[in-house]
Design a protein around this ligand. Structure first.
Ligand SMILES: C[S@@+](CC[C@H](N)C(=O)[O-])C[C@H]1O[C@@H](n2cnc3c(N)ncnc32)[C@H](O)[C@@H]1O
Length: 223
């Protein structure tokens, strides 16, 4: 069986290759799932496709779904999960209006999932998958919560995933991070949490939504 693991990022591929150096079954390749054209040798070749927490980066989801369709054999099945809503994305927009941060965040909309503006995420994604040619077995937009134990934990998370921070000089970056975290916190629920040593700290309840879909390429399709 032939398996590929794909990512648009060179660094991510290098890290995966290092971590799974003993894994002979998988080829790690650089691939943009939103590309206008995929390498011909990959087309119609795979039985399954899995994608976790990636498709919220995509600005042209129709193109990404068409590409997944092209990669699969007839009857091929797909499971995807991706973020459809998080207050953090609204905090990106708000901080991008700040004159100090504005110039580093000109392309801010590129980092906000298109689903943020959909009136009915589940219905619109399902329709798009069906229009691509998939048979949708399951599609749900699920409400989830995550508790950040305290502000420092939230700040570390934001630092790890933020796409603008590396563009800023260190001092501005630190101020930006503090402002962004305050912006996120202002949209979330804060509650007092008692630790095992009886110390109290302010925890943050973050609400977000995740789309989970399971779909297949019909078996009786002309290639
Ligand atoms: C949160 S990570 C998830 C990685 C992996 N699925 C996992 O569960 O560990 C999201 C990944 O999506 C990748 N990504 C973003 N846009 C992409 C695109 N257009 N094509 C392929 N990969 C992309 C990023 O480089 C990043 O490594």
């Amino acid at each position: 069986m032939d398996e590929i693991s794909a990512d648009i990022s060179k660094k991510m591929i290098a890290s995966a290759q290092k971590k799974f150096a003993d894994e002979e079954r998988i080829d790690f390749i650089e691939l943009d799932i939103e590309a206008m054209e995929l390498p011909k040798s990959f087309l119609g070749r795979y039985d399954n496709a899995l994608s976790f927490y990636c498709l919220h980066w995509i600005q042209n989801p129709r193109c990404a779904y068409e590409n997944i369709f092209k990669l699969l054999r007839p009857g091929g099945r797909v499971i995807v999960t991706f973020l459809t809503y998080n207050d953090g994305f609204k905090a990106y927009l708000k901080t991008s209006e700040n004159p100090v941060y504005k110039s580093y965040m000109k392309d801010v909309r590129k980092f906000i999932p298109p689903t943020h503006t959909y009136a009915n995420v589940r219905a619109e994604v399902k329709k798009m998958l069906e229009e691509t040619g998939f048979e949708v077995i399951h599609c749900s937009n699920r409400e989830k919560t995550f508790i950040y134990e305290n502000m420092e934990v939230l700040k570390d998370h934001v630092r790890a995933v933020n796409p603008f921070l590396h563009r800023m000089p260190e001092k501005i970056g630190e101020e930006y991070l503090n402002d962004l975290v305050l912006e996120i916190v202002s949209r979330n629920i804060i509650f007092v949490n008692k630790k095992s040593n009886n110390k109290e700290e302010a925890s943050i309840l973050d609400k977000y939504k995740v789309l989970v879909a399971y779909f297949k390429k019909p078996l009786n399709i002309q290639m």
